[in-house]
Design a protein around this ligand. Sequence first.
Ligand SMILES: [Zn+2]
Length: 74
Amino acid sequence: MSEYCSQCSPFKEEGEYDIDLFEIALNLEQGRSESFICEGCNNRGVYKDEKGNLFLAKNENGETKLINVLIEEL
Ligand SMILES: [Zn+2]
């Protein structure tokens, strides 16, 4: 079964997705990260730094890039 995150799920309107980015970010402790593989987009994980800043890990051309995001955007 394919797994889609809450950013790219085709059923986002219905609230149906396998990987809830907001939920992950909410439960993540500072300095920790959680990885997943979304089959619909480049999202590969969520990371929260020691100050509580949130980052989305995205796979771009085989490299992982951390993109600063706000929890409201997830
Ligand atoms: Zn996705």
